[in-house]
Ligand binder design. Sequence first.
Ligand code: GLN
Ligand code: ZN
Length: 748
Amino acid sequence: MTRISTSTLGFPRMGPNRELKFSLEKYWKGEISDIELLNTANEIEKNGWKLQMEASIDRITVGDHYLYDMVLTWSDNLGLCPSRFQHMDAGLKRMFAMARGVDGSEALSMKKWITSNYHYMVPEYDESTVIKPNFELYLNDIKRGIDYLGAQTATPVVLGPVSLVFFTKISHGTDESVLTTLLPHYKNLLATIAELGVAEVQIHEPALVFAEQNISHLLFIAYPAILPKKGPVINLVSFMEDIGDDNYQWAISQAEIGIISLDFTRGYTMDLIHKFGFPQDKTLGVGMIDSRNVWKIQPEKVIEMSDFLKAHVVKFRIQPSGSLQYLPWDFSCEKELEGHPASSLLSFAKQKLSEIQMVAQVIAGDMLLMKRHADTWDVFHKSVASSTNQPNKLWTEQDFVRSEPFEKRHEKQGLGGPVLPTTTIGSFPQTKEIRRLRSQYRSGKITKAVYEAGIDKQIAYAIGIQEALGLDILVHGEAERTDMVEFFAHQMTGLLFTSNGWVQSFGSRCVRPPIIWTDIQRPYPMTVREFTVAQELTEKPVKGMLTGSITILNWSFPRIDISREEQAFQLALAIRQEVKDLEKAGCRVIQVDEPALREGMPLRQQGRESYLRWAVDAFRLATGGAKSETQIHTHMCYCEFKDCMGAIDRMDTDFNSIENSRSDNATLEAFVDIGYNKGFGPGVYDIHSPVIPTVDFMESKIKGFFTCLPVNQLIVNPDCGLKTRTWPETIDSLKNMVEATAKVRAQI
Ligand code: GLN
Ligand code: ZN
């Protein structure tokens, strides 16, 4: 049997027990020095290297143990520093200042990272930017890697120049001019790396997967200018989806690129190879081990891929679809899941390493290993089948449609309030007291009755404040929720929870996504008690507050034995039952939040249509059973809707509130352009900032909406939930929002 080689593209950076998180937070508080912070980070990195070496991975990445974020580190390496931070010396302090803000200098903005729930920092290039690269720290990291792993194994990672430019907010010059400024520095860097004697360099170009902007011209400028004629083999790495026809054709035609690493778990990468072939003289990095899901690969996928590779590719290696940073560290720590039917098929970063080896051996011809793997899946399928008695298809066509069209419903939904009703998005400040209450309950220190009484006190407080402020549609405040997904997931069956399955979301923030393992059911009402407590305290309508099925699905690790669509529909049925129960309890307004609907949208047209069809169908299944009299609201916190307006309209909500305050009515115009005629709540102020918005500011915001939309279509609300704000900030801001609305009402 010939041996098939293997590679990785990155390892989790937080450490087995989130050591980096705790060190970062101590460092920011001034409790430890930068040396101590770096020691922790280096220790974690070494720990990861050791695991990868023990798993006999042939190429292991070095220079990629980013303390906060890859894009941030690279913009800092290159000296891309906006003027507001230029008074600081280059170094860790300045990099963290860019990430988190410092003395009145606002942090770089943060964006979601390519269809995932990870966030990156957006570099800025303005007229004062002087590129002053400093690669000292980076090169030291690489040398450490070489010392530990050897120059054949240690594989430096470079964030490619095209992606860096692609992710940068450029307010001076063009993509091309900024790129041209960067290229000599990239060239020097690659030459320096070559001198270190490594066998290979990975150039990560995540921008290759984006379909909207054509980056071909940048690729053609960049690569001839930076690649050394001699030296390490260049591995061009992309992940998250396929790279599309143009970028693929460019990549396979570049003589200096020896390896091309592609994601085979999402998008249409196989089609590209079918269409254009794969050059015999290059190596294909086959990203078939899913770096974004905890499930081990299915046997049928291994066979399909194996046949495909034998037919179309001469040289290849097996690897994960992207960096393993999207996975927790080690499944074997999950003692509570020991013996669970799913446990033999769950694979965190450490287990993925053996999975890579297993697949490489199977493709090399080890059929015994294949049989063992297939048997494990068979046993699991049987336990899934016996774990639930819910037939998978409990819905009919009718279930996706409200019983009457919007116009008819609208007539029946009058709540008796004024025009321009004011409301909030759901959560109120999550104070220390609330957190303590929840953790005391979780650890069994207080009884359920004591806990619920504590929550009810919070609800009463929130209702009292909203009454006093004169808001029109009230919320109970979400004090009982740690997180908008976890709260619901915990009350459904079919999901697993880990005790240490942390994944970095941004900076030191980590999340623990639930794992869906079998069919989902909702055994009892999830939100009715808190709604009822709140509604009994006021005459005004209280909004029922639910998280939509797409958001629960996207922020969990989904099953791979059934489609995401089917899982979304199962979750939707659970939400649908909750809608019914809220109605029974007297709820007249129900908001189903879907902040992740757009995040999960594939980047290329091919996948996008089918995603939007089933994602919106799931929303319609969740809400279609509501009575005509019930106002269904949704909330989505982002503002790029242009490419999915048809889908948003098809959600058929009675009210839609969106993030808007930072987007100059551009979002609004997208709604107007398609003739959106349902209720609409563009946020009137940004909740991410502690600054209190003035009455004048919000008055003119609201009036600005009138240029696009009639008054009776509008509702007034902040951009998002208020859980990260303090009570004084919340009260002052909402007071101004109500006052601004009153002033506008008096003028119409
Ligand atoms: N109802 C949720 C809240 O207010 C919505 C959060 C979100 O959109 N991310 O917190
Ligand atoms: Zn939001």
